[in-house]
Design a protein around this ligand. Structure first.
Ligand code: E4P
Length: 218
């Protein structure tokens, strides 16, 4: 499973990239707004840091406007992927962009049917939102499990990006169920590194080694 980070914060991206685990980045208009900077500049900076797909979202409602925005965003860098919302106009835009060789990530996916339509229209990625489904009492992980199974059985080229991840158990289950990619918030990446036995083990090794150090060596 590949790891993307779900943020528009440069420091967070640099930090996780330095761990050697980062395959790409997803942003959305809310994440960009938090940074209080010029949108295109943020995407350009991110696309220089990470050598992988960088999702950048259009905000228009109509197909023609989405395509125009997408074409502009695609000029920022060759690794910029256009995030398109899952609407009928969005599907039309995906078809056009796909024919032009511009890669798309269809976002705000909440059902298998939406994901299949997006894939058929030519999306390179689909982003089912796990956490937001859990929030309304639905089962986000079940959607990932079903999509992974269906996309595999039809040999679909579209990759599933598990999005709206809230905690480490979501990541664990994404890997188990066969998501192609998990886009993980910074906080959850940090939580993934931790286990109480790791820290207890380090402390014990240090304590036990004290006596060895007193015998010399480097
Ligand atoms: C995905 O690409 C979205 O940016 C994101 O995962 C949304 O997550 P949220 O539900 O935490 O806002």
């Amino acid at each position: 499973m590949k790891f993307f980070i779900d943020t528009a914060n440069i420091e967070e991206i640099k930090e996780i990239n330095s761990w050697g685990v980062l395959d790409g980045v997803t942003t959305n208009p809310s994440l960009i707004a938090k940074e209080n900077r010029v949108f295109e500049e943020v995407i350009a900076e991110i696309s220089q840091i990470v050598d992988g797909p960088i999702s950048s979202e259009v905000t228009a409602d109509l197909c023609d406007e989405m395509v125009a925005q997408a074409e502009q965003l695609a000029t920022i860098n060759k690794n910029v992927i256009i995030k398109i919302p899952m609407t009928i106009e969005g599907l039309k835009a995906v078809k056009i962009l796909s024919a032009k060789g511009i890669k798309t990530n269809v976002t705000l996916i909440f059902s298998v049917n939406q994901a299949i339509l997006a894939a058929k229209a030519g999306a390179d990625y689909v982003s089912p939102f796990i956490g937001r489904l859990d929030d309304i009492g639905s089962d986000g992980m079940e959607l990932i499990k079903e999509l992974a199974q269906i996309f595999k059985s039809y040999d679909m080229k579209t990759e599933v990006i598990a999005a709206s991840i809230r905690h480490t158990e979501h990541v664990h289950k994404c890997a188990l169920y066969g998501a192609d990619i998990a886009t993980v918030p910074y906080k959850v990446f940090k939580q993934m590194t931790k286990h109480p036995l790791t820290y207890a083990g380090i402390e014990r090794f240090k304590r036990d080694f004290e006596g060895v150090k007193s015998k010399g060596g480097f």
